[in-house]
Unconditional design. Structure first.
Length: 336
């Protein structure tokens, strides 16, 4: 396969980004994720993959992208590959990746994946790759209004998957026999975090758009459903029908018509669905399936709804006695 040419280039926090999305370029029909992350992004997950020698005129990030297109990366799908020169974007932020080995957990389904290409030598080239990854991570965190506590390692999601408890950083660095990743950054994770924080503190990392437009669609990926694009957020809200959302220029949901779900509504929870104790926690209480009812039908943070086991429990207090937990709406199957 010839060296790829990006569809677009841009700069985030001093890192050149070459956009080559698998949603547009999939000539041999490799398997692709289909879960939407629109409005649900909770952080950035950092990985390491090994340094490779490449031909003149290209970089490792391009070659890893090319290997993915050619189906040589098995089932790995990440948003960005980053080397010492640049980054290549493989997935839009609106689409989940396959990178965290946690199935339908928050790692795969709710974080942007950065693969930093390095070696164990930790030489000047490796350090430049790491620096570019830190700059990109800071830019992405800032873009989604997130702080340093939303920076995760691959190992974090493995520990969550395996039912371990601890603080975010304890889970980020805690030993996991399945994999310790990012292997070359984990030994100095605290220093890497400080570097990301310094870039977070260093002013705007995303070039401002010349004009903000708010688009009304069922989902960002479903462009055909668009009802219009408006420079005024209030005007966009006025035309937003049930089942539709308003998206800003960065594909973020800024408003959703709240009438999609109602108090007491019966929902079929899909198998192996994570149940959370609150709207914000990333720790899974347990995994559930079966028929439940929406406690009040009110959307909470991260797209989660409170559920309960019986229709007569809906809306009853004290809340802790009747609410089973919080479930993300995308795990609802057939709705009654």
């Amino acid at each position: 396969m010839t060296i790829l040419r990006p569809d677009a280039t841009m700069t985030l926090n001093g890192v050149k980004i070459n956009e080559y999305l698998l949603t547009k370029h999939n000539p041999i029909h490799i398997d692709m994720p289909s879960f939407s992350m629109t409005g649900k992004i909770i952080g950035v997950t950092v990985h390491n993959t090994d340094w490779i020698t490449v031909a003149s005129g290209t970089t490792p990030a391009e070659q890893y992208t090319r290997a993915t297109v050619n189906n040589n990366m098995k089932d790995v799908r990440v948003h960005y590959y980053v080397d010492n020169v640049c980054a290549w974007q493989n997935l839009p932020h609106s689409l989940s990746g396959w990178h965290a080995a946690d199935g339908s957990g928050n790692g795969n389904r709710r974080t942007i994946a950065i693969e930093c290409i390095m070696s164990s030598a930790y030489n000047s080239v490796d350090k430049k790759s790491e620096d570019n990854a830190a700059k990109l991570a800071a830019a992405l965190l800032k873009q989604y209004g997130l702080d340093i506590n939303h920076l995760y390692t691959h190992t974090h999601w493995l520990n969550v998957r395996d039912g371990r408890n601890g603080t975010i950083d304890q889970l980020n660095t805690m030993y996991n026999r399945y994999k310790m990743c990012p292997a070359y950054i984990l030994p100095h994770w605290a220093e890497f975090k400080k570097k990301v924080q310094s870039y977070l503190n260093a002013g705007s990392s995303v070039a401002p758009s010349t004009k903000q437009l708010y688009r009304v669609r069922k989902s960002w990926a479903d462009a055909k459903s668009q009802l219009g694009a408006y420079s005024s957020l209030e005007n966009a809200k006025k035309v937003c029908k049930v089942g539709y959302s308003v998206f800003d220029a960065n594909e973020n949901v800024v408003y959703t018509n709240g009438s999609q779900f109602t108090k007491g509504q019966k929902v079929a929870i899909r198998a192996n669905t994570p149940l959370f104790a609150s709207a914000e926690t990333t720790s899974v209480t347990r995994r559930i399936n079966g028929t439940y009812y929406l406690y009040d039908g009110i959307a909470c943070k991260n797209g989660r709804y409170r559920i309960t086991t019986k229709p007569e429990f809906c809306g009853k207090t004290p809340v802790g006695q009747y609410v089973t937990g919080y479930v993300s709406w995308d795990n609802f199957g057939v709705i009654g």
